[in-house]
Design a protein around this ligand. Structure first.
Ligand SMILES: [Zn+2]
Ligand SMILES: [Zn+2]
Length: 363
């Protein structure tokens, strides 16, 4: 007697090179659960990927529903990753879904990115793509980036650690810019970028197709694939590796420390030992202080980019940030600073920089 699972995947068996067991053992990270992420997650779950890590901080809006096959009208206002996890459990009971309602750098630690079979970038801003490119570069994690335009789309394959990366195709100015919208795709014109399900499903399904082939160890094309719906063409574009690109310096290796996101800054500092200063990759928001009257924000909170006035005097409060954990309140938990489980941190020592992997699990 065959099991329902064998029956479910029985049509895969005659596909040349198909390896259901390799898919079942694989963990794939999906960054972004918008239109592309929906289709990618749907296809990978149906194909029998063992585990999907879904990372997206956003909630579902009515305008998402024209392109997101995993979301329903009743899901408006819910976290995208949670609604997607529920839909996928129903659609493909064999898949384990791990929802992370966080930005990409706070949702998936570098060691987890390194150990995943593949990461799929379903993002909608250059800043988020650069962030993911930088993090994948630090741990040489293979990833595929998808993008949709007006009646066109792109698939960018970053599967060879010796090949070009997303940063190679960018100018220094573009690499430095960090103020692009992270989500919702609202460009400078004020109008949201146009998008439609037939296009996002085309690109998303193609990303999933390349992903299953890569995970099964089958050949995949290199470089950039540009899809033009007007001409019905898919063109392969060669992208050279830029030797001056700053994203080609992987972490040489990290020492594990038994610390997780539930631990406090004080415990991190103790675990690392004296004269070792851990550094965050992204600025950590500190409590706001008024430089004129000395007012101290009793709460740690993110200030908007535009200055807000001090509640005691009219001076503008400014956001203060740091990369040094030693400047943070010792009692604050790493999770509340946006540090994910299995993150790797740079550590400044008397002689230079080394690296620590937060190997403690648990929330
Ligand atoms: Zn590069
Ligand atoms: Zn003041």
């Amino acid at each position: 007697m065959s099991s329902p699972l064998d029956d479910r995947f029985s049509r895969h068996a005659s596909l040349p090179g198909w390896n259901q067991e390799r898919l079942r053992q694989a963990t794939v990270v999906i960054m972004g659960l918008g239109a592309l992420g929906n289709t990618v997650a749907q296809c990978l779950a149906l194909a029998g990927i063992g585990k999907l890590v879904l990372c997206d901080p956003d909630r579902i809006e009515a305008s998402n529903l024209s392109r997101t096959p995993l979301f329903r009208e009743r899901d408006i206002g819910r976290l995208k990753v949670e609604a997607a996890a529920r839909a996928l459990a129903d659609l493909a009971p064999s898949v384990t879904v791990d929802p992370r309602p966080h930005r990409l750098e706070a949702g998936v630690g570098l060691a987890e990115l390194r150990d995943a079979a593949l990461t799929l970038g379903c993002l909608d801003s250059r800043a988020a793509r650069l962030e993911l490119a930088g993090r994948c570069g630090l741990v040489r994690a293979p990833w595929i980036d998808g993008a949709t335009g007006s009646w066109s789309g792109e698939l960018r394959l970053y599967l060879d650690p010796q090949g070009p990366c997303y940063g190679c195709g960018q100018t220094d100015e573009a690499r430095a810019a960090s103020d692009d919208p992270r989500s919702c795709g609202v460009p400078a014109t004020g109008l949201p970028a146009g998008a439609t399900a037939p296009l996002s499903a085309t690109i998303g399904a193609h990303m999933a197709l390349l992903a299953v082939r890569f995970v099964m160890g089958l050949s995949v094309p290199a470089g950039l694939l540009v899809f033009d719906a007007l001409q019905g063409e898919l063109a392969r574009v060669h992208q050279p590796r830029d030797p001056t690109c700053p994203y080609h310096q992987p972490i040489p290796g990290a020492v594990p420390v038994p610390i997780g996101p539930q631990h406090r800054v004080r415990e991190l500092l103790v675990a690392l030992g004296p004269d070792r200063a851990p550094l965050a990759w992204n600025p950590i928001q500190l409590r706001a202080v008024c430089r004129r009257c000395g007012w101290n924000d009793p709460k740690s909170r993110a200030l908007p980019a535009t200055a807000v006035p001090c509640p005691r005097c009219p001076a503008p409060l400014r956001a203060r940030t740091t990369l040094e954990f030693s400047h943070c309140t010792p009692d604050v938990r790493l999770r509340d600073l946006g540090i994910p489980a299995r993150e790797t941190l740079a550590v400044r020592t008397a002689t230079g920089i080394d690296f620590a992997e937060l190997a403690g699990y648990g929330e």
